[in-house]
Design a binder for this molecule. Structure first.
Ligand code: FAD
Length: 297
């Protein structure tokens, strides 16, 4: 199906995009890579009057890394991030970026669009919970920085105000003794994960000094599993402790039946992927090079 007719506007700067959106009103939508928005328009789930294309705003696709932090521009594509030096130095970033859909979607789709879409199956918002990311936004009311925790409030609902743009995403680089893994299970490449689990931890000897556990496609919004973190934090990673963390991750999820699987099946996947992600994360934290990619049925 074709989308309903709309007016197209190309913004040449962030200021112009915000000004255009403010003038056009609530019928307007920002367009970045179009990989989430265009399918929605073609299905006529949404019929905006105007699209404000932000896809060619100069400088918004940069990937900057200094000694302690990384800042990724909203327009950085999944593919560029996956091939960046950042992905090489922070393996959980590569796990996520290179597993999203297929090459076409990865080439067009952007990290900013993934975060702003509020889709609980999108990989980036889940991954960013494991890195305590901050979302830099700018809108008619000025600039502000939002914590990734709580940024996606519910199904397709975010804390963005109307006409507010995600400009970039920032997180601190994991220190020495840290490792992470993002594990996702899906039907095929161009499909969203049935379940995904991200774990980022740091070790002091064999003790877990800090840990983040986040789940995707497991509830109407990404889930940060504080219960699973509490099971892992402060002790050695014994089989029993990891099994308790996997159970706790399942308890913190609220999956629903859909075409990707039943809620019961998804709970099984959460437990399995949590164990797997903890295993890979702790091996990487010890300096082992471990290959990891999204798995298909
Ligand atoms: C076949 C297929 C399979 C896919 N599989 C996966 C998958 O496995 N995992 C996954 O994570 N994703 C998947 N996707 C989605 C893909 O990653 C999208 O690229 C991403 O979700 C949205 O990015 P985009 O740049 O395309 O945003 P768009 O589609 O252009 O926009 C999405 C929404 O965000 C808003 N928006 C976009 N950018 C901004 C911004 N900077 N500030 C404020 N609002 C903004 C738009 O107005 C729109 O509402 C898939 C898509 C397709 C078509």
């Amino acid at each position: 199906m074709y989308p309903a007719p709309f007016n197209y506007h190309r913004a040449r700067s962030v200021d112009q995009a915000i000004e255009l959106y403010s003038r056009l009103g609530e019928g307007a939508r920002f367009l970045a890579g179009g990989q989430s928005l265009l399918p929605i328009l073609k299905l006529r789930f949404d019929e905006p009057t105007d699209l404000v294309d932000i896809g060619r705003i100069p400088g918004l696709d940069s990937i900057e890394v200094n000694n302690s932090a990384a800042r990724v521009g909203a327009l950085a594509s999944h593919r560029r991030i996956g091939g960046s030096a950042l992905a090489t130095s922070v393996p959980i970033v590569a796990d996520c970026a290179l597993g999203i859909a297929d090459n076409q979607v990865r080439t067009r789709g952007t990290i900013g669009g993934s975060v702003a879409s509020g889709d609980p199956s999108c990989d980036w918002p889940v991954l960013l919970h494991t890195l305590d990311a901050r979302i830099h936004c700018r809108g008619p009311g000025g600039e502000r920085t939002l914590d990734i925790n709580g940024f996606v409030e519910s199904l397709y609902q975010t804390r963005l105000d109307q006409g507010e743009l995600v400009c970039g995403i920032e997180f601190n680089l994991p220190g020495p003794g840290s490792g992470g893994a993002y594990c996702a299970f899906k039907r095929c490449a161009p499909a969203f994960p049935t379940i995904s689990v991200g774990v980022q931890l740091s070790l002091d000897g064999d003790q877990v000094k800090s840990v983040r556990v986040a789940l995707g496609s497991a509830a109407p919004a990404p889930v940060r599993s504080h219960q699973a973190e509490a099971e892992l934090q402060g002790g050695a990673l014994s089989t029993e402790r990891v099994a308790r963390a996997a159970d706790a991750a399942v308890a913190s999820a609220d999956p629903f039946d859909d075409q990707r699987g039943s809620a019961a099946y998804k709970r099984q996947l959460i437990a399995t992927l949590t164990r797997r992600a903890v295993d890979i994360a702790q091996r990487r934290a010890r300096g082992e090079s471990v290959k990891n990619s999204h798995e298909y049925y």
